[in-house]
Write a protein that binds this ligand. Structure first.
Ligand code: PEP
Length: 249
């Protein structure tokens, strides 16, 4: 069975509610006629309830950009899986490089978050990727191996079937520099092997690419074997660009 392909918008801390409403009102008029591609919107926490309602019965789904790894308690400023589920959210991004490098998420914290997401029946979008020094020193595969095996340790492997992986080289995010086809192909091939070695159903997991995906490069990236979709930051803020990328998947 072919793997589902994904077109995921990570709006980061960009859209306020009226921006998001305007985008989705126009999105509803787009012809999303490919049943093999799922679109997911990941707005800010404050917009989840409203966007869940706006998406209503549309085929697009709702994701959060982060979650905390405890189920409740004295954790000022954090949000739990149950709170996300209350909004109608099904997906959660975990391990985004901005959280790893700028907001203090460690491999161990990402593991705990992934564990909690699975435990509470949400679907994780696990982001992994090397920084430029790691790539230049030939450490890419080692970094991907470490990030996957720590994130997934002691988690029921069958439950990880709902997980998506987003390969996002840190140096390509928001920079306008995209990884070359051979870099992406090699990394996705390695990721599938690492999943297999960790006892995960590697052939069933969709692996997405993220890092300066644009209207111009989407088609060639989409044609790389083992690329099952995109996680998109900048270009997801413009409906025509996002829709054009969707159509190239
Ligand atoms: C991202 O934030 O996950 C991302 C890939 O951003 P951009 O598309 O802007 O590089």
């Amino acid at each position: 069975m072919p793997r589902t392909r994904y077109c995921i918008a990570n709006w980061k801390m960009n859209f306020n509610l009226s921006d998001a409403e305007e985008f989705l009102a126009a999105w509803k008029n787009k012809d999303l006629n490919n049943p093999h591609i799922k679109t997911i919107f990941c707005p800010s926490f404050t917009e989840l309830f409203a966007i869940s309602e706006l998406l209503g019965t549309s085929s697009s789904e709702l994701g959060a950009q982060n979650v905390f790894y405890e189920s409740r308690g004295a954790f000022t400023g954090e949000i739990s899986c149950a709170m996300l589920k209350e909004t109608g959210c099904q997906w959660v991004i975990v391990g985004h490089s901005e959280r790893r490098t700028r907001l203090g998420d460690t491999d161990e914290m990402i593991h705990k978050k992934l564990h909690q997401i699975i435990l509470e029946d949400l679907c994780p979008i696990l982001c992994i990727g090397e920084n430029i020094d790691e790539r230049n020193s030939g450490q890419t595969a080692t970094v991907l191996e470490r990030q996957i095996s720590i994130a997934c340790k002691h988690i029921n492997k069958e439950k990880l079937n709902t997980m998506l992986i987003a390969y996002e080289p840190v140096w390509a995010i928001g920079t306008g520099t995209t990884a070359t086809s051979s870099m992406v192909g090699e990394a996705h091939y390695d990721i599938r092997n690492i999943l297999r070695t960790n006892g995960i159903n590697a052939d069933g997991v969709s692996i997405l690419y993220g890092g300066s995906v644009s209207v111009d490069n989407a088609e060639s990236l989409s044609n790389i074997s083992d690329v099952d979709g995109f996680l998109i930051g900048g270009a997801s803020l413009d409906i025509e660009k996002f829709y054009s990328i969707y159509n190239k998947l």
